[in-house]
Design a protein around this ligand. Structure first.
Ligand code: XMP
Length: 533
């Protein structure tokens, strides 16, 4: 297997071998919070490849398997003699014990939850941490005999070898999880490992990332041109700002108005990127095209497919127009736009290397501007491939993007179409836009907008009876969807103050013509999804 990494060798680097733990990404995050670059690689990376990557330290993640199981993931044992410090966490510790001649047994009971670690031997790993630590366990196997050269460094009530070490060879193992919040001083343990045992420098900062990313992009594209589908979302916006800094006018952004945007969205994007950043921006108003294709369509997946396909066509056409314009201006080069930039993030990259990663069943076909390349023979420029979402936000702020762009809530590629149940018509779009504007402005005014994952209105295909003055009305229903979430995979409805809900509801039914009822969606995901379609 070859592992492609894009980290510049100048950085201190910690490699994390992924044995399939739900916490692997959390480990990577924690290390980066220490301003040390970390990268997740598959568990079966060879020791030769590791040497090539020149990490200062290696962490073996936890994982759901048991070391003696048939097909259990096994590390290349040669990594333990590279002279690079290794920290095994949970299953990682079992791997270490198993391959170095210790004994691992299924303890007969799975241990989950809080425990107390008593530190016994003054290990460097626990420097400055006192004699006892609250720790978080989640494991079934247990080390029952240590490999030669190892000694115990900490015990819990249920295990004599909850922390072990061979300081000579710089090998360390923890049965508990230092990376999770339930191990309150876990960060200090990782700090000791990364700074004092591996001697990493704190050289992973946003400033240095931006400079290096710009340099890499310049090297990659030379004097060729790059096109970027700008959606106005955080990721594509940060890519735009970064590439603009790196290659200036070699970048052209295409912003497609599909007629399904929120109120004044196209103005905001044009103002931020065209006027403030002076990015070369091609604005394409394709609203009519999208809306006519959507006429009469009510089935959610069909809507999504139409919008996705239409977007590809419009985008393709726009790049051809760009080429023609350039030719007219004498700026056209043979080969034209060779590169397509995309806001691919680190979690998208690692999902493809992780073990046991069953591609989840398709619940909804997600559309975003990233769905383009297969049909379009571009080479890809993906300057955010190394970053987690919050690092992307940091980069955006550092590049000078306004808070409204950097911290904006996610907005689906198919836009308001998936928030209008039933047919998407200009009339229904304008009802939803008006309701949505009220939701956003009240959420902002009450200081709630940035505290939640998403807050929006949904227009239902339901009319109900109401009364206004002495008049009977028979009009539309709007649902409010306001959720908290870490990553959009699971979510819960937000317990908003009643006063705020009342204000939003009153304003929508009073100010939005055609709406006489507002409901609050109190479903979590799962079993519901965040969007209604
Ligand atoms: P669901 O509705 O699947 O949404 O619970 C999870 C998150 O994804 C967003 N979403 C999309 N994002 N293109 C996107 O870029 C899409 O087609 C799309 N559909 C849903 C949704 O807003 C939520 O944050």
């Amino acid at each position: 297997m070859t592992v492609k990494t894009s980290a510049p060798p100048a950085h201190s680097k910690i490699l994390i071998l992924d044995f399939g733990s739900q916490y692997t990404q959390v480990i990577a995050r924690r290390i980066r919070e220490l301003q040390v670059y970390s990268e997740i690689v598959p568990f079966n990376i060879s020791s030769a490849e590791i040497e090539n990557l020149q990490p200062k330290g290696i962490i073996l993640s936890g994982g759901p398997a048991s070391v003696y199981e048939k097909d259990a993931p096994q590390v290349d044992p040669k990594i333990f003699s590279l002279g690079i410090p290794v920290l095994g966490i949970c299953y990682g510790l079992m791997q270490m014990a198993h391959h170095l001649g210790g004994q691992v047994e299924f303890s007969g009971r799975r241990e989950f939850g809080a425990g107390m670690l008593r530190i016994t031997n003054g290990s460097e790993l626990f420097d400055g941490l006192g004699a006892q630590l609250d720790v978080w366990n989640s494991h079934g196997d247990e080390v029952t005999a240590l490999p030669k050269g190892f000694r115990a460094a900490g015990q819990t009530d249920s295990s004599n070898f909850a922390a072990v070490e061979d300081p000579q060879r710089k090998l360390y193992g923890l049965q508990f999880h230092p990376e999770v919040a339930h191990t309150p001083r876990g960060k200090e343990i990782l700090q000791n490992f990364v700074y004092h045992i591996c001697h990493c420098a704190m050289d992973w900062t946003m400033g240095s990332f931006i400079e290096e990313a710009c340099e890499r992009v310049r090297r990659q594209v030379g004097d060729a041109k790059v096109v970027l589908g700008l959606s106005g979302g955080v990721d594509s916006s940060v890519v735009a700002a970064l590439l603009h800094k790196a290659i200036g006018d070699q970048l052209t952004c295409i912003f497609v108005n599909n007629g399904l945007l929120r109120d004044r969205e196209e103005e905001v994007v044009q103002r931020v990127f065209g006027e403030n950043f002076h990015v070369r921006l091609k604005y394409v108003d394709a609203s009519d095209r999208f809306l006519s294709k959507l006429r009469g369509v009510t089935e959610p997946e069909t809507k999504r497919k139409i919008i996705g396909n239409e977007f590809i066509e419009v985008f393709q056409h726009a790049t051809e127009e760009l080429l023609a314009e350039d030719r007219q201006n004498g700026a056209g080069k043979p080969g034209g736009y060779k590169f397509l930039a995309q806001g691919t993030l680190y979690p998208d990259v690692i999902e493809s290397v992780s073990i046991g990663g069953n591609p989840a069943q398709v619940i909804k076909t997600h559309h975003n501007v990233g769905g383009l390349p297969e049909k379009m023979h571009f080479a890809l420029v993906e300057p955010l491939r190394q970053l987690f979402k919050d690092e992307v936000r940091q980069a955006g702020s550092q590049l000078g993007l306004p808070k409204e762009v950097v911290y904006r809530q996610p907005f689906p590629g198919p836009g308001l179409a998936v928030r209008i149940l039933g047919e998407v018509t200009p009339e229904r779009l304008s009802i939803l836009r008006a309701a949505d504007t009220i939701v956003q402005s009240e959420m902002e005014a009450a200081d709630w907008y940035y505290k939640v994952w998403q807050s929006f209105a949904v227009l239902l295909p339901v009319q109900t009876v109401g009364v206004m003055g002495d008049q009977r009305t028979y009009e539309n229903t709007v649902a409010l969807r306001i959720v908290e979430s870490q990553d959009g995979m699971t979510a819960d409805w937000v317990r908003l103050p009643y006063e705020l809900l009342a204000r939003i509801s009153n304003r929508i039914s009073n100010e939005v013509k055609g709406v006489n009822r507002v409901c609050y969606d109190i479903s979590s995901k799962p079993p519901s999804t965040i969007e209604w379609e």
